[in-house]
Design a binder for this molecule. Structure first.
Ligand SMILES: C[S@@+](CC[C@H](N)C(=O)[O-])C[C@H]1O[C@@H](n2cnc3c(N)ncnc32)[C@H](O)[C@@H]1O
Length: 275
């Protein structure tokens, strides 16, 4: 059962990260998926937690043939942006891509809805769901017997180069923040991929997992700095006792000067129903 509000995300942050997300998502899984989709008729895709529609902009041009995308989110401002920004998106072969939007909380998702899809997608969603939301989502996908692609789930590992001993302390605190209690349940945070993998495997589904890290170098200094502030800010929220001021100043200076390579690890998961 859903208690309280789902995690909200601003369009500004989604815009900032879109190029890094596009570079990070697994092309290998997109290729594998393409081979399993129907041909000779339009494809229906249901994208869950669509934000401003970056998954449509990334995946639609990698699939052939006309496509109809149903975009779902709790946030109507993001849904309006997603609809507006889908104009002009085309399939790999130039065929049209149409969209419709729905305000929906994942907790309310039912298999009957997903049976209208050929493919279910979500990006940067699983780690901000509660354990019961992910359970509802996996159950609906399994019952609907459709392939599902879940990209860019954080797995609790980051690597800043050159390293600093405090990085590990902040990583541990950030992961604890990700897995905090919310909505009367725990958020899955870095455990989301392993939990989803076991839920799908237990149903007999075929599950493929690939790494999809952000690799942020000097050209991505603005995104890396914004990511760092969010990361360290979340860590501080849960561990206000940590003395991080000097570390934050040092890292901010290094990031602004493009002297740090920031790797934020994620995983992409593609699942096919049991045959
Ligand atoms: C990190 S954003 C990712 C957005 C988009 N998929 C992307 O990759 O840019 C997570 C999205 O999930 C939505 N969301 C969070 N919890 C949700 C829930 N319980 N039901 C539906 N949408 C949810 C948020 O509103 C937000 O748009």
């Amino acid at each position: 059962m859903t208690l309280g509000a789902p995690v909200r995300v601003g369009a500004g942050w989604l815009d900032q990260r879109e190029a890094a997300d596009a570079a990070a998502r697994s092309k290998n899984l997109a290729d594998l998926l393409r081979r399993h989709l129907p041909t000779g008729r339009p494809i229906a895709v249901h994208d869950l937690g669509c934000g401003t529609g970056s998954m449509t902009r990334w995946l639609a041009p990698r699939l052939n043939g006309p496509q109809h995308w149903s975009l779902y989110d709790v946030d109507t401002t993001l849904l309006d942006l997603a609809a507006a920004r889908a104009t002009g998106v085309r399939a790999a072969d130039g065929r049209p891509v149409t969209v419709e939007t729905h305000r929906l909380d994942i907790a309310q998702l039912r298999a009957a809805q997903l049976r209208r899809a050929d493919l279910i997608t979500a990006s940067a969603l699983l780690d901000i769901l509660t354990a019961s939301d992910l359970d509802a989502l996996a159950r609906a996908c399994i019952e609907a017997e459709r392939p599902a692609l879940f990209t860019l789930t954080v797995i609790g590992q980051v690597a800043l180069t050159p390293p600093d001993p405090i990085d590990r302390v902040v990583t541990a605190a950030f992961n604890a923040h990700q897995g905090r209690l919310a909505r009367g349940d725990i958020l899955l945070g870095p455990d989301a991929v392993s939990v989803a993998t076991s839920l799908f495997r237990r149903s007999g589904a075929d599950v493929h997992v690939r790494p999809s890290p952000w690799r942020l170098g000097p050209p991505d200094a603005t995104l890396a700095a914004a990511w760092f502030d969010g990361w360290v800010g979340a860590a501080r929220e849960i561990r206000p006792d940590l003395a991080l001021d000097a570390y934050i100043d040092r890292r901010r200076r290094e990031l602004a000067a493009g002297r740090v390579l920031t790797v934020v690890h994620h995983a992409d998961l593609l699942t096919f129903p049991r045959r």
